[in-house]
Design a protein around this ligand. Structure first.
Ligand code: PMP
Length: 411
């Protein structure tokens, strides 16, 4: 099993006090921390290789280009895409989903068509589809969930019709702690000659993802949630689909020839990457992939499962605590969302901060889901593979202490 105490040594930020207590970072679903190896790759790039890529013939430009394109190949291998033509650098999941809805969405959706999403989606997988539906006078349809919060495949089969062109769904929820059956959903929508778009923001950092095995048409994720820099990310798309699509942004890099009144486009993947990209972001993300692969995604998933098996039952036995998503730890990811009776989640998160523990409170960019759960907000502790069992103990002990503090009512 992973030695989280040893791994933690690679993350300098974790060795500090917050409110005179040693920091415990449990906000990994919002963003992960960065290991020394990624920080070194960023510093090394700026100290040795910094130049603009693709255009230059000088040594630094060639070196920077090589490192950037090597990072793309690492990302390709990491998600098992068939070719680097299918691996587009983006600013993150949000950009990827916007590109797909804008370019692919505009080309395939016609008036009266149906676009499927689910009540658990992050706003970045809701709003772009709302906008597309409005532009095209199409219908946005929410797929049903099971009692545990998974997309209900059987019931969805009854909802998905021949009018269905796009199904966009998260692989893992940022609130409910579940992982959706993507392969089955891909089959359902493919049977209707539609396409599946997957929001992989919460899955790629935590499990082995194989885009070909899932048969995903598009798959978007963010670098900053998987040890990489902010402003980095990937949009995977099947080559034939990307080839047929119009670019979303126009400018340098993405063109082949620019005539006075029209232009032609570069080949994939650069057709979509207008302007100077986040070069160091891509290289830093490549270093993050090296780090994750050296540990092993299966090991990371197995370790996080052990943490959940340890912490979830302890949380469930605290009176007054409601945990959202599946009660069975075997079905639950390291994203644990909860409320304490009578205490506003923001007060809960502030009280945790006084204990040096970073948890999140609010709607988690999932207002649709908050309405579905009939709550205004929740607290969320999200674990990663550098969290130790001691971290889990401090989280539970602090929660008990906080509960005691608020017992006579505060709000
Ligand atoms: N989808 C999910 C499930 C997420 O958790 C997040 C980040 N909170 C996003 C999409 C958006 O990611 P980003 O802000 O990095 O674009």
């Amino acid at each position: 099993m992973i030695d989280a105490d040893k791994i933690k040594q690679d993350f300098p930020i974790l060795f500090q006090s917050v409110n005179d207590e040693p920091l415990i970072y449990l906000d990994n679903a919002a963003t992960s921390q960065k290991p020394r190896q990624v920080l070194d790759a960023i510093q090394h790039y700026y100290e040795h290789d910094n130049a603009n890529i693709h255009r230059g013939v000088h040594t630094l430009a060639e070196r920077a280009t090589t490192h950037y394109e090597e990072a793309r190949e690492k990302l390709r291998r990491f998600i098992n895409a068939a070719s680097t033509k299918e691996v587009l650098f983006t600013r993150g999941t949000t950009t990827g989903l916007n590109w797909v809805s804008r370019s692919f969405g505009d080309s395939v959706i016609e008036e009266g068509d149906e676009i499927y999403i689910t009540p658990m989606e992050h706003h970045s997988n809701v709003v772009p589809w709302q906008q597309l539906a409005k532009r095209k006078n199409a219908k946005l349809v929410y797929l049903p969930l099971t009692a545990d919060g998974f997309v209900d495949v059987q019931k969805s089969a009854e909802v998905i019709s021949a009018k269905g062109k796009i199904l966009s769904v998260c692989h893992a929820s940022n609130v409910l702690g579940i992982t959706n059956p993507i392969k089955e959903l891909a089959e359902l929508i493919h049977q209707q000659n539609g396409y599946i778009v997957v929001d992989g923001a919460q899955s790629v950092p935590h499990m082995k993802v194989d885009v070909q095995a899932l048969d995903a048409d598009f798959y978007a994720f963010s670098g900053h949630k998987m040890l990489g820099p902010t402003g980095s990310g990937i949009l995977y798309g099947k080559e034939a689909l990307l080839n047929a699509m119009e670019p979303v942004e126009f400018g340098g890099e993405m063109i082949d020839f620019v005539y006075d009144y029209e232009s032609t486009w570069n080949v994939l993947p650069w057709k979509f990457e207008a302007g100077t990209p986040n070069i160091v972001g891509g290289i830093g993300l490549g270093a993050a992939v090296d780090y994750l692969e050296a540990i092993g995604m299966d090991e990371i998933e197995a370790y996080e499962k052990e943490l959940v098996r340890y912490v979830l039952p302890k949380l469930q036995t605290i009176e007054g605590i409601s945990v959202y998503g599946p009660a069975d730890p075997e079905l639950h990811t390291g994203v644990i969302t909860f409320n304490l009776d009578g205490v506003h989640p923001h007060d809960l998160a502030t009280a945790f901060d006084m204990e040096g523990i970073a948890v999140r409170a609010g709607h988690h960019c999932a207002q649709t889901l908050m309405r579905y759960l009939d709550v205004h907000a929740t607290a969320r502790a999200s674990f990663y593979f550098y969290n130790t069992f001691e971290d889990a103990d401090r989280f539970i002990d602090s929660l008990k202490k906080i509960k005691e503090f608020f017992k006579d009512g505060f709000i």
